[in-house]
Design a protein around this ligand. Structure first.
Ligand SMILES: O=C[C@H](O)[C@H](O)[C@H](O)COP(=O)(O)O
Length: 214
């Protein structure tokens, strides 16, 4: 299956979790763009969306879907987002598009996290995709040294500024055998805003193309 076709099928398949009257949490990326396209068909039946990025907010508004403030909506029933990698326990690497922090906030505030991926995103062990870590700009070198001391190879995503005004380090060559422990450990480094590991709060449902992962 071509990768874009897998993304399109997954984006459409997520519609089956959308119920009338919902406020839907919406992630970021090329797979989510297909979901937003499909969600537009339901725009008159939902209340609106909480968005994880400026990019998704723009797409939602272009499709006539109201973008709401998470501070005003309360907890959400549903969050739909893509991922860069997914292991058999539905633990994820996210943040290839730089939206990891807002994505993690919405995932934490949602009862059900439906992750939409194409088959190429499945891995047995996380870490082939470089792990994104959002950092406060002044802490970039400090965090990079702390990560290198733990065996990772951090590379600054030079020129990229997140929606929160921060920078990103992409950590290469890490075979992440205990993602829950690593997520907790990296969160403790001063200057780290968010780690692109979604292991402590994995996805609840993973759609690979239009099929649900067991
Ligand atoms: O920051 C971006 C997000 O975590 C995306 O969900 C992730 O990078 C996957 O994006 P795509 O669907 O474009 O492969």
């Amino acid at each position: 299956m071509a990768q874009n076709e897998g993304k399109r099928l997954a984006g459409r398949a997520a519609l089956r979790y959308v119920e009338d009257g919902m406020v839907v949490g919406v992630g970021t990326g090329s797979t989510v763009a297909y979901f937003i396209e499909a969600l537009a068909e339901r725009r008159d039946t939902i209340e609106g969306a909480v968005s994880s990025s400026e990019q998704s907010s723009r797409l939602l508004r272009e499709r006539g879907i109201p973008v709401l403030d998470l501070n005003a909506t309360g907890e959400l029933a549903l969050y739909v987002d893509g991922a860069d990698e997914c292991d058999p326990h539905k633990r994820l690497i996210k943040g290839g598009g730089g939206a990891l922090t807002r994505e993690k906030i919405i995932a934490a505030a949602s009862q059900r996290f439906v992750c939409i991926i194409d088959p190429a995103k499945r891995v047995d062990v996380l870490g082939r995709f470089p792990l994104p870590v959002e950092v406060i700009p002044m802490a970039r070198s400090h965090v990079a040294r702390a990560i290198a001391a733990r065996g990772g190879q951090p590379v600054w995503r030079d020129g990229v500024v997140t929606d929160n005004g921060n920078w990103i380090l992409d950590v290469h060559n890490w075979s992440i055998t205990d993602p829950v422990a690593l997520e907790s450990e990296l969160n403790q480094i001063a200057g780290v805003v968010c780690v692109g590991l979604f292991a402590r709060r994995p996805a609840d449902v993973v759609l690979i193309g239009d099929r649900e992962m067991a």
